[in-house]
Write a protein that binds this ligand. Structure first.
Ligand code: PXP
Length: 239
């Protein structure tokens, strides 16, 4: 199981004052030095945190896995190919949302992904991952498209209002991971994971490949330092 750190909110902090610091590239370097297997960024259509020049600089400096998270617009597809990262995670994107609010609705996007998005990315060696809620139907449609990986949306587990609801979500995530694994699809996961909810998630959900963590990790780093925080998350993952 590999930890990929999402450094979007280093850029959020930088942009809050219009300064050149803190630098997402320096953050990525510290994360990798501390043992993270790679870096994730979400280049949003509105460029609210990561910007195009950050993406170019990250491509030059990240030595581990680089995961370009994006909505499947023509603009992003064209920039994705220019950057040529290892992995592209496709997510739904809403202008008003504070953060990605759920997985892709595969019924809605299937035809477009089949005709436009997948053929375009398949001209490259970039791996494709689809951000999905743990729904059996969505996973079957992702398989039909020939995706390399899915990223299970863990937000409903992380934000569950009671331990009963968290356990219910964990059960769904576990079944979804088993289903994807049986279909030969790699299982990544992310959203809302933190040092408190990560141990049970990892202990329950099988076949996990890459875990993507951003907001909570960057928040912890404000108090503990980024290198120590990455070490702490790696400690949980390896335990
Ligand atoms: N995975 C996806 C697809 C996301 O959209 C996000 C949030 O940008 C994350 C993982 C990371 O979530 P968080 O910042 O809550 O750790």
């Amino acid at each position: 199981m590999y930890l990929l750190v999402n450094i979007d909110h280093v850029a959020t902090l930088r942009n809050a004052r219009g300064e050149g610091y803190p630098s997402p590239v320096v953050a990525a370097q510290i994360c990798e030095k501390a043992g993270a297997s790679g870096i994730v960024f979400h280049l949003r259509g509105d460029r609210r945190h990561i910007r195009d020049e950050d993406v170019v600089a990250l491509k030059e400096s990240v030595s581990g896995k680089l995961d370009f998270e994006m909505a499947a617009s023509d603009e992003m597809l064209s920039f994705l190919k220019e950057i040529d990262p290892h992995l592209c995670t496709l997510v739904p994107e809403g202008r008003e949302e504070l953060t990605t609010e759920g997985g892709l609705n595969m019924n809605v996007v299937f035809d477009d992904f089949k005709e436009r998005v997948f053929p375009s990315i398949r001209e490259t060696d970039i791996e494709i991952s689809l951000f999905l809620d743990p729904n059996p139907e969505d996973i079957n449609l992702a398989f039909e498209l020939g995706t390399d990986a899915i990223e299970l949306h863990t937000g409903n587990y992380a934000n569950a209002p009671s331990s009963g609801e968290a356990d219910h979500e964990l059960e769904r995530l576990k079944k979804a991971a088993e289903q994807a694994h049986e279909l030969g699809i790699k299982v990544n996961a992310g959203h809302g994971l933190n040092q408190k909810n990560l141990p049970k998630f990892i202990a329950t959900v099988p076949h996990l490949n890459e875990i993507s963590i951003g907001h909570a990790l960057i928040s912890d780093a404000v108090f503990d330092g980024l290198e120590t925080t990455v070490t702490n998350y790696l400690g949980i993952i390896r335990a």
